[in-house]
Design a protein around this ligand. Structure first.
Ligand code: FES
Length: 118
């Protein structure tokens, strides 16, 4: 059997996961989907396609367990974590394309008030 996309081995150069988890309204913890993560994911994927990125996979994940600091995004193999926003997407695309780490959007769980406590 041949791969329908012509690939000769499995895997990606980089892999971005955006949490798409949802919870009922009165849950103890917030959810990324309630903060718009699914729309962000769509826009992230669209911009990556327009940018012509190859060897990169951007996809929805389940809960990444940093719910209070989301919408959560993690990029592997670097293991870099971000709080994704519309503003951050172009910088994340540049990073996926070999650009600098956009530390401005790095998830900071030590010195950041969780979004839901603002
Ligand atoms: S709901 Fe997104 S990290 Fe938990």
């Amino acid at each position: 059997m041949k791969d329908p996309k012509g690939r000769i081995e499995p895997g990606y150069v980089m892999h971005a996961f955006v949490c798409g988890h949802s919870r009922p309204e009165n849950s103890a913890r917030p959810s990324c989907s309630a903060k718009g993560s699914l729309e962000l994911l769509r826009n992230f994927k669209t911009l990556a396609l327009e940018h012509g990125l190859t060897g990169i996979r951007i996809q929805k994940s389940g809960c990444l367990d940093f719910c209070e600091f989301g919408p959560s995004c993690v990029i592997y193999p670097q293991g870099e974590w971000f709080t994704i926003s519309e503003e951050s997407i172009p910088s994340l695309i540049e990073y996926l394309d070999g650009g600098l780490l956009p530390t401005k959007y790095s998830m900071n769980i030590c010195n950041q008030t969780p979004l839901d406590e603002d």
